[in-house]
Design a protein around this ligand. Structure first.
Ligand code: ATP
Ligand code: MG
Ligand code: MG
Ligand code: MG
Length: 576
């Protein structure tokens, strides 16, 4: 295709926008790629839209290559599924909420774990259908507290989100690994330099999770790396080594959530009621309801029971399956509201989330007993958790900020810190959402099997800014050919009618060979045209200038800045 600058809906700007601090933001606006409508809300103009579509294409190709199937869910969603998983509340102010004309609560989707779980439940009912991975490339809405740097942190943005559903843990691990590799291919094709770091799962819940962080000083994430061992983690996910808690003599054996070994429910209840909880405990689950001790703001230890209101059904199910029948006492929203230290969220093997506070936990089995020791990321409180029994807090667990030079948790060398921009995030969610919606299929033995879910996101629109940020120079944007808005930027820098005819002929020849040409056929001065070509950032610039009379064209490499003169006759052949 030939795109003529004389006709293109494009105005480049000489000055930086007043609200821009970050280079990619300044350049994308100045080069006429995007325009601001409201904080964190942007329009895509022709060149910007082309780059966005190119990034989408790369992502789509790599998702299709691992067998993921594209679907498209609505962004306008009913409240109920998010109510079921408690995210209607947990998402807080970041959720765009609205009401329809009948007064029904609705939201604009920030991410779609609930809806994909429900979609699979509605269509599939046999183990023969599994595994399945579905994805969409869709506009997401989050009312970010600090929208930033143009499209880098938007309130409306494009995400590729995929979700895998498997029959078992092994399957989930395979789906996760396939995504990890697909993401490595995507970011390599886009030319982004990045690191993969251990992450916490935050609002998604679930367990194992890693982030792909594009290396950049303007990044909002800080990660640490140990050169010696290759350990890399978001600072939020660095588990502070904690002393192993000591099981107390004579206390009932607790539950090993890895193996699901039988807990003695009766003794747990007895023990819990012997502690001053201020309420009667009639049962305790192993995975999602545990008893914990929290050091409060006064430095005193408090004993609390923890549960997740939305999980009533799950808990009963698990209990029936593995334990003696017991009655349950679950905490209510009021309990959570009354105690800011109360942990609310899914308690998986790696991280758990309290109201606004993220806890790093270190699960381990000591003498056959499952212990979870944790500290919150800001080091304000220390928590010792153990399924259904007391512990000896020795008070030495310290989570302080991680610093350059601190020893890596694997003990193999010092940590170095750097900043990055999150471009992808992969999670082994496990059962959080499939439990919430009872997503079961009939297994091989004829018994229902609950599916295990993975969730995987790529910031598609954010990547446009990230590539701009990593690749630009002081003159303007520079796009790798995989995502560039055109392959060749052809500039007429000669007023001669014959030169114009020659340029037209080159444009046509390139087009015939399938090369995308951005053709600067305007009547502007060469200086203006060169400046625009540098600003716009197409990787190859072809100039018909003074050399035209001698049968020469100039080819400039936008990345290296090098230029060569070529015979007009051989130019097209060389470019193709
Ligand atoms: P961040 O830490 O930057 O706020 P997140 O952890 O909230 O991102 P996820 O929920 O993991 O984001 O979403 C998956 C991907 O979507 C992220 O890795 C990121 O690339 C992209 N993304 C998230 N929020 C935004 C946003 N406000 N604007 C543009 N892209 C975003
Ligand atoms: Mg976020
Ligand atoms: Mg994040
Ligand atoms: Mg994330």
């Amino acid at each position: 295709m030939i795109t003529r600058l004389s006709q293109l809906f494009l105005r480049t700007l000489r000055d930086d926008p007043a609200d821009a601090e970050v280079d990619s933001h300044k350049l994308l606006v100045r080069a006429g790629y995007v325009r601001r409508i409201a904080p964190g809300v942007y329009s895509w103009l022709p060149l910007g839209l082309r780059v966005l579509r190119q990034v989408e294409r790369v992502v789509r190709e790599e998702m299709n290559a691992i067998g993921a199937q594209e679907i498209s869910l609505p962004a306008l969603l009913p409240r109920e599924p998010y109510e079921t998983t408690n995210r209607w509340t947990e998402y807080g102010d970041a959720l765009f909420r609205l009401q329809d004309r009948k007064g029904n609560d609705m939201l604009l989707g920030p991410t779609h774990e609930e809806l994909f779980a429900l979609t699979v439940k509605a269509e599939y009912n046999s183990y023969k259908d599994l595994p399945v991975t579905l994805y969409q490339i869709q506009t997401k809405y989050r009312d970010e507290e600090r929208p930033r740097a143009g499209i880098l942190r938007g309130r409306e943005f494009v995400m590729k989100d995929s979700y895998s559903f498997d029959m078992d843990e092994d399957g989930l691990k395979k789906s996760y690994a396939a995504h990890r590799e697909a993401y490595q291919r995507i970011f390599a094709r886009l030319g982004v330099s990045y690191v993969i770091v251990a992450a916490t799962s935050g609002a998604m819940g679930g367990s194992a999770s890693e982030e792909f962080l594009a290396e950049s000083d303007i990044g909002e994430d800080t990660y640490v790396r140990c050169i010696e061992s290759g350990y890399a983690a978001n600072v939020e996910a660095v588990t502070t080594p904690a002393p192993a808690p000591l099981p107390i003599e004579g206390q009932p054996a607790a539950v090993d959530h890895e193996t699901g070994d039988t807990p003695t429910i009766a003794t747990l209840v007895e023990w819990a009621n012997s502690a001053d909880l201020g309420r009667t405990v009639t049962g305790a689950d192993t995975l999602k309801n545990i008893l914990l001790k929290v050091r409060n703001a006064e430095g005193e230890w408090e004993l609390l029971a923890v549960g997740l209101p939305g999980d009533r059904e799950v808990d009963e199910k698990r209990l029936e399956a593995s334990l003696e029948p017991a009655e349950f006492a679950l905490l209510t929203d009021a309990d959570f509201a009354a105690n800011p230290f109360l942990v609310k969220g899914y308690i998986g093997p790696r991280a758990l989330q309290a109201n606004g506070v993220r806890y790093l936990v270190d699960p381990r089995v000591v003498d056959g007993t499952s212990w979870i020791t944790g500290a919150d990321v800001k080091g304000k409180h220390v928590v010792n958790l153990v399924a259904g029994r007391d512990f000896v807090p020795d008070g030495t667990i310290e989570a302080a900020e991680v610093r350059d030079g601190d020893m890596s948790p694997d003990g193999r060398g010092p940590l170095v810190s750097a900043r990055g921009i999150e471009i992808g995030h992969i999670f082994q969610l496990g059962y959080k959402y499939t439990d919430a919606f009872s997503v079961d299929v009939l297994g091989e033995t004829g018994k229902p099997v609950r599916l295990t879910q993975g969730s995987y996101g790529v910031g598609v629109s954010r990547l446009v800014a990230v590539i701009a940020e990593q690749m630009h120079d002081d003159k303007g944007l520079r796009w790798p050919s995989e995502v560039a808005p055109a392959d060749v930027h052809l500039v007429i820098a000669n007023k001669d009618d014959a030169a114009r005819a020659g340029a037209e002929s080159i444009a046509t020849q390139l087009d015939t060979q399938g090369i995308e040409v951005l053709f600067d056929d305007r009547k502007a001065s060469p200086g203006v045209k060169f400046k625009d070509s540098e600003l716009i950032g197409v990787p190859l610039v072809v100039v018909l200038g003074r050399g035209w009379a001698d049968g020469k064209v100039e080819i400039r490499d936008r990345f290296s800045g090098e230029s060569r003169e070529l015979d007009i006759d051989s130019a097209v052949g060389e470019i193709v």
